[in-house]
Design a protein around this ligand. Structure first.
Ligand code: BES
Ligand code: MG
Ligand code: ZN
Length: 466
């Protein structure tokens, strides 16, 4: 899809021209007055389509309700634009144009909404979905549209990677993709190096699979970085549960268990294009969690990179073990901030559903900053507590901790587990995207499947803070 910024979209020959109306406000757009019926009030998401019968350069005009003008925000724009774009696709439109009258900064959210709505994972279908190929937009700031395009492109990459079957998106494949990123320096560590670096907890998860693990370290740095930050993505290319195997219905979507990794790769790609004045490390301990003769076992004791020992209580709580070593590795880089993003717990999904990701960390202001950036960029986060009680449930008689606590409060327990591997002087936030990364049915602007959770927030957070 190509986005074209032009002076004026009114007279562009296209399939659909999208015009807007605010609820309860007279519009000066003569097209609305000419074509839309009285009953079209401009309620949020309301649409009215007419065929222009060649009286106009566009084949159709779509009048879009944006609700009351004082309620306008990025979410309203993204969601209503996405709705309009889906309507355009139904009309089999290829070229669309936006002629939107508002003082509100419209462009960025419109581009992102359009791109989200125009996304389909149809690589493996012989009959492809219909897509919009050209979008004209006016009255926007060209520079911010370029940023929006980068964000939209990264979201698409993250969604593609997470939607791919595990047979395609293997640890080796993720490493190849990371190594192919232009403007990013990537190191990939194999089995021997992983052991040599002392990441034996992570290796224990990987050793049950015939797919070799790949520890991926991407780095972006500007000349004079104002800050150094590491982002870590959970990279379980497939989570069968291991010997504590999952029931079929829970295993079905577990190719998405590398959504955190997909997000990190996508964010790194954006860094190279946006070039913020910062140093960003993208880290992924990629592997599969499989049952086999060489799997790690319940009752095993694993030693993480920082020397702490973990009694394996349940082999399905594998993500936190891989992240433990990745967190140690990141802290050793001496960065100022670490953010990990992971499809970590079913408990987080039970608590927050698909509407919001869970977030927690060791510094309240840091966590709140990310929540704020998320709200602005269209992603919801809900802070979960980090109380000692959750940690107490993981006390072990034979090691420093177990990898699971009780069934209750599972998202916070996982957070408390991760905290054991974070150096105290590093600001750290943990984002649980178990509920938000992958949709079992369409939701708002998203179709079924991967959403690219975290991509918008992390890109915006890093670029705003540089
Ligand atoms: N990958 C899962 C978490 C998950 C569940 C992600 C649903 C997306 C959707 C994780 O590895 C897992 O299996 N967690 C267990 C932990 C439990 C054994 C303590 C869970 O949540 O059931
Ligand atoms: Mg698991
Ligand atoms: Zn998992």
């Amino acid at each position: 899809m190509e986005i074209k910024v032009v002076e004026n979209t009114k007279d562009i020959p296209c399939d659909v021209l999208i015009i807007n109306k605010f609820e309860g406000k007279q519009t000066s757009n003569p097209l609305i007055n000419r074509f839309a019926p009285e009953s079209f009030t401009g309620k949020k998401g309301e649409m009215f389509v007419i065929h222009t019968q060649k009286e106009y350069p566009s084949t159709y005009i779509l009048a879009l309700g944006l609700g009351e003008e004082q309620d306008m925000d990025n979410n309203v724009i993204r969601e209503t634009v996405a709705k309009a774009v889906k309507k355009c696709a139904e009309l089999k439109a290829k070229t669309i144009a936006f002629d939107i009258e508002t003082d509100y900064t419209f462009g960025v959210s419109a581009v992102i909404g359009t791109s989200i709505a125009n996304y389909h994972f149809d690589k493996y279908k012989t009959k492809k979905e219909h897509r919009i190929s050209e979008v004209y937009i006016s009255n926007v700031d060209k520079e911010s549209i370029e940023v929006a395009k980068v964000i939209a492109d990264s979201m698409k990459l993250a969604r593609n990677l997470a939607n791919e079957p595990a047979a395609f998106a293997t640890p080796t494949k993720l490493a190849e993709i990371a190594q192919g990123l232009e403007g990013i320096e990537t190191k990939v560590y194999d089995e021997d190096k992983i052991k040599e670096l002392g990441m034996n907890a992570y290796f224990a998860i990987a050793k049950g699979s015939v797919e070799p693990p790949k520890f991926i370290h991407m780095k972006y740095s500007s000349g004079n970085p104002k800050k150094r930050i590491a982002i870590i993505g959970k990279g379980l290319c497939f989570d069968s549960g291991g010997l504590d195997i999952k029931p079929p219905s829970s295993m079905l979507t577990m190719r998405d268990d590398m959504s955190g990794a997909a997000c990190v790769i996508a964010v790194m790609k954006a860094m190279a294009k946006l070039k913020p004045e910062i140093e960003v490390h993208g880290i992924i301990a990629a592997c599969e969690n499989m049952p086999s003769g060489s799997s790690y076992k319940p009752g095993d004791i694993l030693t993480a990179k920082n020397g702490k020992t973990i009694e394996v209580d349940n082999t399905d709580a594998e993500g936190r073990i891989t992240l433990a070593d990745a967190l140690c590795y990141a802290c050793e880089l001496g960065v100022d901030e670490v953010i990990d993003i992971a499809t970590l717990t079913g408990a987080c999904m039970v608590a927050l559903g698909t509407a919001a990701s869970g977030i927690m960390g060791n510094n309240d202001d840091f966590v709140k900053d990310i929540i704020k950036v998320g709200a602005y960029s269209g992603e919801k986060y809900w802070q979960l507590p980090m109380w000692k009680e959750y940690r107490d449930n993981m006390n072990s008689d034979i090691a420093d901790m177990k990898n699971t606590g009780t069934r209750y409060g599972g998202a916070s327990a996982a957070g408390m587990f991760l905290k054991e591997f974070v150096t105290d002087n590093v600001k750290w936030a943990h984002i649980d995207i178990a509920g938000t990364a992958f949709l079992e049915k369409p939701q708002k602007e998203f179709c079924k499947g991967a959403t690219g959770a975290g991509v918008r927030t992390l890109i915006s957070y890093i670029t705003c803070n540089s």
